[in-house]
Each structure stands twice: as structure tokens, then as C-alpha cells.
Design a protein around this ligand. Structure first.
Ligand SMILES: [Cu+2]
Length: 139
């Protein structure tokens, strides 16, 4: 019986890990905290966040920014991430890994929607912690 329990937990772990490698960056398979969807990019009332090369900073990796980087949205409100940088791909990935956008080329968009209030630090998978921000979800 104990052997069956061990086998089951290994299978469960393998299933959880396989979620991290999904093509859409959606690692929260149940969507309990947040979900990623390209189909919501034109949703009325959406919040727009640009991913851009800040012209005020020297043209190296640290100049890639989210505008704004401190984002406040409501539960269920669509947050649209839009790549406004002609030079680089960008993503917005929760530090927790619960959800994240696809890798976005110039002018491409993707969305995140949250179901749970809280403070969610995020970063760009291409540029690491030099390109980061915080999403605050309110009721
Ligand atoms: Cu980036």
C-alpha cells in the first residue's frame, strides 16, 4: 500500500513539473490564482502595460522596463502586456511561476487575469530581474 502511495506521489510530481514546460507559460494548471490568454487582448476596460526600451536610460539590458511597473488591477480585470520594443522579445512571469505571458515579439500582446487578491512580483524571462514589476490585485 505504501508503495502505491509513493508511486502516486511520483506521478503527481511528474505531472506538476510537466506543467512548467507548457508552451503557453501557463504553469498554474488549475488556474487557481491567475490565467494567461491571448483571446482577451481587446477586452474593454483592460489595463495596458507596455514593455519597452526606456529612452532615458543607456541602451543596454537594464533599460528594458514595464510601463507602468507598479500595476494595480481588480480581481477579474484583464491586464494586457504589449511589447513596444522593436529590439527584444519580452515576457511577464510571476516570480511564483503561477502564470506568465507568452514570449512576445514587437507589437504582440498577451493577457493575465487574476482570481485572488494579493501582491504579485513579476519579471521578464528574457531580461531577468533587471526588468521587473509588481501586480497588486484588489477586490
Ligand atoms: Cu524583457
Amino acid at each position: 500500500m505504501r508503495q502505491i502511495a509513493r508511486y502516486f506521489s511520483i506521478a503527481l510530481l511528474a505531472f506538476a513539473l510537466s506543467g512548467c514546460a507548457s508552451a503557453t507559460r501557463q504553469s498554474d494548471l488549475a488556474g487557481a490564482v491567475c490565467t494567461e490568454s491571448r483571446t482577451l487582448v481587446d477586452q474593454p476596460g483592460a489595463l495596458i502595460v507596455d514593455m519597452e526600451n526606456n529612452p532615458a536610460l543607456p541602451p543596454f539590458i537594464a533599460s528594458r522596463v514595464y510601463a507602468p511597473s507598479d500595476i494595480t488591477a481588480k480581481v477579474g480585470q484583464v491586464i494586457v502586456f504589449r511589447n513596444a520594443d522593436p529590439d527584444e522579445q519580452h515576457t511577464a512571469e510571476l516570480n511564483s511561476g503561477a502564470c506568465g505571458t507568452d514570449y512576445l515579439d514587437f507589437r504582440k500582446r498577451d493577457t493575465l487575469v487574476f482570481k485572488v487578491t494579493g501582491s504579485y512580483p513579476f519579471y521578464c524571462l528574457v531580461h531577468g530581474t533587471t526588468m521587473a514589476g509588481t501586480i497588486t490585485i484588489v477586490p
